[in-house]
Design a protein around this ligand. Structure first.
Ligand code: S3P
Length: 181
């Protein structure tokens, strides 16, 4: 089984994904890390050289490669997607599989904006975010992306909860079969 954590920038996908993988004894992967190693450059460099459209092509290819990889059939994993991954219809369609579950980490636009401005927000992530510009465009992107996030298999609200409490909530919501590991 592949559990994909989805949500906006600052939602805590990486830190909660790590905690969930640890609880389950599964491997944890971060799609942005996979894109960076596949392309041999940072996310910011990819945006600079190829623009957002070039980044989206790399993102979709990386996701599809992972979904067809042999490793997926053999072992269960937790994958943190990027904030824009699910909003690409092609990616959302590719994730519609019996062995893939999507989990939306929900929070308000204001809270997410504030978390993104605090460097050591949930999990202390420090990667540069090319799409993090001003509060108005952040809110607009949030509104545009919300419908796709709300179609996730599981929705968990994160406000005021610890990383471990959220991981525990996801674990019980997922109803993971004993053979899934
Ligand atoms: C993006 C979010 C980033 C990264 C890229 C694009 C987005 O991931 O994939 O900068 O479109 O919101 P995080 O959500 O992990 O910051």
């Amino acid at each position: 089984m592949l559990v994909c954590l989805v949500g906006f920038m600052g939602a805590g996908k990486t830190s909660i994904g790590r905690a969930l993988a640890q609880r389950l004894g599964w491997r944890f992967l971060d799609l942005d890390d996979l894109i960076e190693s596949r392309e041999g450059r940072s996310i910011a460099e990819i945006f600079n050289r190829l623009g957002e459209s070039g980044f989206r092509i790399a993102e979709t290819s990386t996701l599809k490669e992972l979904l067809t990889a042999k490793s997926l059939t053999g072992s269960s994993m937790v994958l943190a997607l990027g904030g824009g991954t699910l909003s690409q219809p092609e990616n959302e369609a590719a994730l519609q599989r019996e062995d893939v579950k999507t989990v939306f980490l929900s929070a308000s636009a204001l809270e997410l904006w504030q978390r993104c401005l605090t460097k050591h927000s949930v999990g202390g992530d420090t990667r540069l975010r090319p799409l993090l510009k001003d509060e108005a465009s952040f809110k607009q992107l949030y509104e545009e992306r919300l419908p796709a996030f709300e179609r996730a298999n599981v929705v968990v609200t994160t406000s005021g909860k610890s990383v471990d409490a959220i991981a525990e909530e996801i674990h019980s919501a997922l109803d993971i079969p004993p053979t899934a590991n």
